[in-house]
Design a protein around this ligand. Sequence first.
Ligand code: AMP
Ligand code: MG
Length: 339
Amino acid sequence: METQVLQPSQSSFELAGKLLREGQLVGMPTETVYGLAANAFDPAAVEKIFKAKGRPMDNPLIVHISHISQVEQLVKEFSPKARALAETFWSGPLTIIMPCSDKVPTQVTAGLPTVAVRFPSHKAAQQIINAAGVPLAAPSANLSGSPSPTTAQAVYGDLKGRVPLIIDGGQCQVGLESTVITVATDVPTLLRPGGITVEQLRSVIGDVHIDKGVTHMLDKNAVVASPGMKYKHYAPKARVIILKGGSDEYIDYVNRHSLQGVGALCYKEDCAGLNVPCVVLGEKDDYSAQAHNLFSDLRKLDEMGLTTVYARCPETSGVGLAVYNRLIRSAGFEVIDLA
Ligand code: AMP
Ligand code: MG
């Protein structure tokens, strides 16, 4: 299959809408990461997503909408808390998990009684959903296990020959996948941190639990609240090791281990002191920049041919929690405490 990459325009949106209605896949820009979209109500189209990505069938998908009124056809109950979150943070990088309606195919929900819904703020995503005329099921547009793509070029690198069309909406603004919260539990629970912080969620609906899987490696046999948690994610080819400690300790440790193939994923402030190749995550206190850069940095580390990467441990407040959550997964939870 030939893969076209087109700029956003009326005609490319129309083509995307036509392909989606025919049951084909389209690479779609969003403000979080690029998505691989299919008609959420077409089980055969949704199955193509799993095949193209090599994604395990038990990992459910997020359904993308372009108007709040579309929630009604997807859920059994749009609770007051879910509605308050939707009205505050949509359109934007928040996915809300709610009890699902019978209309949603089991391929989308992986057989769970709930469905994940998001209303992206990226204008091209909204236009593609409008052109398709149906909600779109879309996971990140990478091969399963690779870092999520934040540019159309990264989507093309992973999926060329597997999708007919990618719309190039430029570099993703947030750069990490959406925040995922479930309101289908007694107390709403954060399942994945992202651009909307837990502090922001609490300011609207009060108490929000943080699932243990957000910051800890789960037991092999644990029942997970969100199937995506149990898979190795966001992994570059290099072995990533997180070093927990201050700047001086970090620089000293890395320089003492500076063999061939070793590199650093560090804060801008650390760079000058390191004598190994560096990729900069951002300034120490700029969590949004770190989120924005993380996945393209992980891809960069691979392009540099590094075999071991020492990463500076991110802070866990605000959007920093999302950066930490992704980075510990790319490190397979390998953390060395330098203190
Ligand atoms: P991706 O779109 O690749 O970022 O993956 C979507 C994430 O949302 C995965 O971690 C899924 O496990 C999670 N997810 C989607 N639907 C549900 C659901 N109904 N319940 C819990 N987690 C879900
Ligand atoms: Mg993904």
